[in-house]
Design a protein around this ligand. Structure first.
Ligand code: NAD
Ligand code: UGA
Length: 462
């Protein structure tokens, strides 16, 4: 049966953009995104969307009010839908068994219980959230045991591969759509119904169908492989600094081998974002649970290396500034976990700023998209006291304000505007010697030296 009405539980970074794209591409399907977070829903219904994502405003504007709706009335949205995406958060568990590693599945479970309670007739339930392999078994059991109106369900896995900052292009033209389902007649029909939605704008050969467990696991593995490449190149960045090799040149030389490929080899202060660390830790926990300690240890190292890279960068700053940053003003350029997003979840910048504040530095932080309130909240959540935030953190409105009177400047996010800074002006504004720590290797290294800076570039050295 063709899908006429879709609901999505969770109006976050995935639910909002993904449903907006489906609604924009399928004018005849009613798409309702439901979330209990009133502020978020109000923002989706306003001109100021709750997330910054290039091109998203236009996609939302093309469908909102026509066939795209954002609501807090979760029950009605579930009741009206043929197909329900579950796109709620699956953070790392912070308590009890598996704390610090396992996925916290409480939002998934409560969503499944609500779906069971409200549903009538036949519905397709789609796992959009990233979850541990075998979660569909739990969802099916909850649905089967709690359905007062005798509803029947097919559970599919359809993980999301979009990256923040490029969500719209990733959704418009994905490398692949992955749909996992049960290999029964009903399961195949449900897979086909969802595939038909995507096929409105995505070529059929890019719509991949597998069994449920392959689909669930592929999502964790894809993120683990991507993060592993970053930790690999970051490990080599340290060796480059020690030897005089240039990590960008090494990455280019290696990446031109078609078996290796050029993407995801940009050295940095470490990967951030809400998912890489959480999903690898989840994979590690699964491997331990299935008694595969060697496999678990292998993947754990990807996270260890990432933590070391962040710490290493802070140590480089402190050592270079004559072993003390106490009372020194350090300009911080970028706080988001990557460019073109206002998301700061697990941003490496939080770790770097926290450790510099513990060394009693004064930070002048500028990010083009992250709000001052978010910066302060993130630092507080990372353990920086309210007094230190009040006395030692200044939020600036541009790079030049952050550089004014600074002993050093550090680029932590690769925003394009940092690539074209007026370097002589920055130099004049800073104290001398004027130190720059380019944690993203985005500044023109040769020009930095020519303009008089003492420059450290990740993967290149001083
Ligand atoms: P998010 O925290 O931005 O949004 C989740 C939303 O779900 C919240 O607004 C919350 O209020 C809502 N919610 C929780 N329980 C609910 C319920 N029962 N009914 C309705 N709404 C409910 O999370 P996100 O970044 O969108 O991630 C969602 C999932 O997608 C995670 O599993 C994540 O790993 C995965 N994922 C995220 C990205 C990304 O770029 N952020 C990419 C791919 C996959
Ligand atoms: C990542 C994956 O790329 C998506 O496919 C996936 O859907 C998503 O996680 C998810 O599951 O949440 P995202 O975290 O949004 O997407 O962004 P990425 O572009 O992957 O960047 C992650 C982090 O790695 C950023 O901090 C970025 O600066 C860093 N990075 C990325 C590097 O340091 N070097 C690189 O070469 C690439």
């Amino acid at each position: 049966m063709p899908i006429k009405s879709i609901c999505c539980l969770g109006a976050g970074y995935v639910g909002g953009p993904t449903m907006a794209m489906i609604a924009a591409k399928c004018a005849d399907i009613q798409v309702t995104v439901a979330d209990m977070n009133e502020h978020r829903i109000a923002a989706w219904n306003s001109a100021a969307l709750p997330i910054y994502e290039p091109g998203l405003d236009a996609v939302v504007a093309s469908a909102i009010g026509r066939n795209l709706h954002f609501t807090t009335d979760i029950r009605s949205a579930i009741a009206a839908a043929d197909l329900i995406f579950v796109s709620v958060g699956t953070p790392t568990k912070s308590y009890g068994i598996g704390a610090g590693r396992a996925a916290d599945l409480r939002y998934i479970e409560s969503a499944a219980r609500l779906i069971a309670e409200v549903s009538e007739g036949n519905k397709i339930i789609v796992e959009k959230s990233t979850i541990p392999v075998k979660t569909a078994t739990a969802i099916k059991a909850i649905l089967a045991a709690n359905s007062p109106h005798g509803a029947t369900f097919q559970v599919l896995s359809n993980p999301e591969f979009l990256a923040e900052g490029t969500a719209v292009e990733d959704l418009e033209c994905p490398d692949r759509i992955l749909i996992g389902g049960e290999t029964t007649a009903e399961g195949n029909a449900a897979v086909e119904a969802l595939a038909a939605v995507y096929a409105r704008w995505i070529p059929r050969e890019r719509i991949l169908t597998t069994n449920l467990w392959s689909s669930e696991l592929s999502k964790l593995v894809a993120n683990a492989f991507l993060a592993q490449r970053i930790s690999s190149i970051n490990s080599i960045s340290a060796l480059c600094e020690a030897t005089g090799a240039d990590v960008d040149e090494v990455a280019r030389a290696c990446g031109m081998d078609s078996r290796i490929g050029p993407k995801f080899l940009k050295a940095s202060i470490g990967f951030g974002g809400s998912c890489f660390q959480k999903d690898i830790l989840n994979l590690v926990y699964l491997c331990d649970s299935f008694n595969l300690p060697h496999v678990a240890e292998y993947w754990r190292q990807v996270v260890h290396l990432n933590d070391w890279q962040k710490t290493r960068f802070v140590e480089k700053i402190v050592r270079t500034l004559y072993n003390t940053v106490n009372g020194k003003r350090i300009g911080i350029l970028g706080f988001a976990f990557k460019k073109d997003t206002n998301d700061t979840r697990e941003s490496a910048a939080i770790h770097v700023c926290r450790d510099l504040l513990l060394e009693r530095a004064h930070l002048a932080i500028y990010d083009p998209r992250v709000s001052p309130q978010t910066i302060r909240e993130d630092l507080a959540a990372a353990g920086v006291s309210a007094e230190i935030i009040a006395s030692n953190v200044e939020i600036c409105t541009d790079s030049y304000a952050a550089a004014t009177g600074a002993h050093a400047l550090a680029t932590l996010t690769e925003w394009d505007e940092f690539r074209t800074l007026d370097l002589p002006r920055i130099y004049d504004l800073m104290l001398k010697p004027a130190f720059i720590f380019d944690g993203r290797a985005i500044l023109p290294a040769d020009e930095l030296t020519a303009h008089g800076f003492d420059a450290f570039v990740i993967g290149r050295g001083l």
